[in-house]
Design a protein around this ligand. Structure first.
Ligand code: PLP
Length: 500
């Protein structure tokens, strides 16, 4: 007799003997099962937004009634949220959040959709032998459809990743490596996100050549520069869709048309066209077919989804060939091995579903808040420069304040959560490389602020921000000797400063 059998039997017996107590303990859940009524786990008052702007919101998808002070949720004490009338602007003690390019708050509808996959539906989506696996797989399949629908793709072309950083690495390095014997040249721009620039820099150390296209003073690339940079051995052109610091929207269709025309004319293979669309997907219409995009990077936490999840669009027809960076179980078409994190992916899918449905409404609201911010500041403070093309994404407003010292400006605005330059580079006080690429003067790059407006930003918040900016800039300028000279009519650009 197998010596292990009695042990097994006694284990089974003791479970059964434990009876109802055992079952009770095993079934206890830390998080109560989800229901639409629980979609209120947020500091951000969706209820407030719905009341202000009922628009297209689905009835019953949101909570009604505010979260009272100290109310408990899932065993945690919640901080008091925005009051009924004041929105977040009156939230107690927390800065107003205007840093939507760094990350967005998760939409409560997304959390609501994720919760069952964090509690009861915990199966591995790759388990084929039981219902736990099937239900997780079906959640992942549905999410894949939502992501694909949002960007006009075939769902089979969507690969789930941990975010846009991973997607960018996977696509750029993967394509370069696959084609390394014959095509060792890549083209990108000087204003890409660090994860694109650093992937390219890594490839340079491996013997690849990279052309970094400059940008025009408004942040757009020149199509002529692109044409001039193309070579018979160019395997990839990677140009971002929306810039994370200045909101500039690159002409994606024109870029892909240029690549096709060049390939036809020169009889060279068409370089693949990749776009980092972390700041674009869900915010402006993106259609991979209509725009001729071969590969694209998507991030969950920029579109009110969870952090730690994203996607790569990798076209299958005609096929984009790339070498996988991660090896293992062969999940995600073998391009990204590892168990697909069903709860996160379901969250990303829901974020995409909502974005597809509400993009127009979001865009219109954000545009109106953006105009309100710019006009509010401009009408009361002079010598402000808007960095980047004014027709860019309205939720990203980058302003430079002349005659104001950048660090003092940030220090004085502690009650507003915003960035100077990109979130990733603002830890150092170096002026942003993106603003420098536009040709912005060093001092103007230093005194720039990025205002990131999003789905849950309210008019009350914008008004409060305008009030604070006007008062802080006026106060700092009053202390500035340079500003005094400007007021006296001295052209300080003509001053010859003595060197000591
Ligand atoms: C344009 C752009 N690309 C890539 C990323 C990285 O995204 P993730 O945080 O999903 O890795 C960001 C985030 O800041 C971004 O703004």
């Amino acid at each position: 007799m197998n010596p292990i059998r009695p042990l097994l039997r006694s284990a089974v017996f003791s479970r059964a003997a434990a009876g109802s107590t055992f079952r009770h303990v095993a079934r206890r859940t830390l998080v109560t099962p989800t229901s639409p009524a629980q979609a209120k786990v947020s500091e951000v008052s969706v209820e407030q937004r719905v009341r202000e702007d009922p628009g297209e919101f689905e009835e019953g998808h949101h909570v009604s009634g505010e979260t009272a002070e100290g109310e408990e949720m899932f065993g945690f004490k919640l901080n008091p949220v925005a009051t009924k009338t004041g929105g977040q602007a009156k939230s107690q003690g927390r800065p107003i959040y205007l840093d939507m390019q760094a990350t967005t708050p998760m939409d409560p509808r997304v959390l609501d959709k994720m919760l069952p996959y964090l509690t009861e539906q915990y199966g591995n989506p790759h388990s084929r032998t039981h219902a736990y696996g099937w239900e997780a797989e079906s959640g992942v399949d549905e999410a894949r459809k939502h992501v694909a629908t949002l960007v006009g793709a075939n769902e089979k072309d969507i690969v789930f990743t941990s975010g846009a950083t991973e997607s960018n690495n996977m696509i750029i390095k993967g394509i370069a490596k696959f084609h390394q014997t014959k095509r060792r040249h890549l083209i990108t721009t000087q204003t890409e996100h660090k994860c694109v620039l650093d992937s390219c820099r890594y490839l340079s150390t491996q013997g690849f050549e990279v052309t970094y296209l400059p940008v025009l003073p408004n942040g757009l690339i020149s199509i002529d520069d692109l044409k001039a940079a193309l070579r018979p051995d160019t395997s990839l052109v990677s140009i971002m869709a929306v810039n994370n610091e200045i909101g500039v929207i690159q002409p994606l269709k024109e870029i892909s048309d240029t690549l096709k025309a060049w390939a036809k004319e020169t009889k060279n293979p068409k370089p693949y066209f990749h776009t980092d669309a972390a700041q674009a997907v869900g915010k402006i219409p993106i259609d991979v077919e209509a725009m001729g995009i071969d590969a694209m990077s998507i991030s969950g936490h920029k579109i009110y989804g969870p952090k730690g999840v994203g996607a790569a669009y990798v076209r299958r027809r005609p096929r984009v060939r790339l070498e996988p960076l991660i090896h293992g179980g062969g999940q995600e078409r073998g391009l990204r091995s590892g168990t697909v994190p069903a709860p996160l992916v379901v969250g990303l899918g829901e974020a995409c579903r909502i974005a597809f449905k509400e993009m127009e409404l979001d865009h219109a609201r954000i545009k109106s808040l953006s105009d309100r911010l710019i006009n509010g500041i401009n009408s009361q403070v002079e010598h402000i420069v808007r960095n980047g093309d004014p027709n860019g994404y309205p939720g990203c407003v980058n302003l430079s304040f002349a005659y104001v010292e950048g660090e003092s400006l940030l220090m004085a605005l502690k009650d507003i959560a915003l960035s100077s330059g990109s979130a990733c580079t603002s830890a150092s006080l170096e002026p942003s490389y993106v603003l420098r690429a536009l040709g912005a003067a060093e001092d103007m790059a230093h005194s720039s602020l990025r205002f990131g407006i999003g789905r849950f930003t309210t008019e009350a918040e914008i008004d409060l921000v305008v009030e604070r900016i006007v008062s802080v800039v006026t106060r700092l300028r009053d202390m500035s000797p340079l500003w005094e000279m400007v007021q006296e009519g001295i052209d300080i650009s003509k001053i010859e400063w003595s060197q000591h």
